[in-house]
Design a protein around this ligand. Structure first.
Ligand SMILES: CC(C)(COP(=O)(O)OP(=O)(O)OC[C@H]1O[C@@H](n2cnc3c(N)ncnc32)[C@H](O)[C@@H]1OP(=O)(O)O)[C@@H](O)C(=O)NCCC(=O)NCCS
Length: 190
């Protein structure tokens, strides 16, 4: 397994994995061209880093680490408004979720805490240590950002991911609700 920082050529594969594996998230519903542009924009941000895992000469997993995650809703609105309008035209029900997005607790000010925005491993490559290695790579990045802690959130009903976070030593901090779903917040040391 090779883990490296995302390059522009990886963005189509990362977008596809994001859409297929993290399918319940708001931005997955925005469609593949939105996701591709989203990851291209993240490439230019100094406080956000995406890492990809290569196996069999292709991207099989990725994780996005951020410091100051609250910049993401602004980035989306400023740079992706055309893609948003197209997605809303196709699916007007997305408007409610989109309006709520900036209020997601992870997008609030957290001080010197890093955040894992997303992590996904293709099913046939799960349980082989890739997720653990991606988290470790993100921790190294948080060190660069001078964070002492990092956090992430996950829907409570995704049992496998909750088990994974506990297994890798993260601590359950609190629980909340977002768009009617129970969300668990985990924290780890850098
Ligand atoms: C959660 C996820 C990122 C874990 O990645 P992974 O590469 O499979 O994890 P690892 O192989 O590093 O697993 C490390 C340990 O975590 C635990 N674990 C991982 N997946 C698990 C599962 N499905 N069920 C129970 N425990 C699990 C195990 O203890 C595992 O060690 P073991 O395989 O030796 O028993 C991956 O399964 C995934 O992409 N899931 C779908 C997307 C998702 O839920 N993302 C998180 C949303 S925020």
């Amino acid at each position: 397994m090779l883990i490296k920082r995302i390059a522009k050529r990886d963005t189509p594969q990362v977008s596809q994995i994001h859409r297929d594996i993290l399918k319940t998230g708001v931005i997955s519903h925005m469609g593949i061209s939105f996701l591709e542009k989203f990851y291209e924009i993240l490439l230019e941000q100094k406080n956000i880093a995406t890492f990809v895992a290569y196996e069999d000469n292709k991207v099989v997993a990725f994780a996005t680490a951020a410091f100051d995650l609250k910049s993401i809703p602004r980035l989306i609105i400023q740079n992706l408004w055309q893609e948003i309008l197209i997605s809303l035209f196709k699916n007007p029900f997305l408007l409610y979720k989109l309006i709520q997005m900036p209020f997601y607790p992870s997008f609030k000010e957290h001080g010197q805490i890093g955040e894992i925005f997303s992590i996904a491993v293709l099913p046939q490559y799960q349980r082989s240590g890739i997720g653990t290695n991606l988290i470790m790579r993100c921790q190294k990045e948080f060190k660069r950002y001078k964070c002492k802690l990092f956090q992430l959130s996950v829907r409570r009903k995704i049992k496998s991911a909750n088990k994974f976070y506990i297994k890798i030593g993260l601590e359950k901090k609190n629980q909340g609700k977002f768009l009617g779903e129970d969300i668990v917040f985990y924290q780890g040391k850098v």
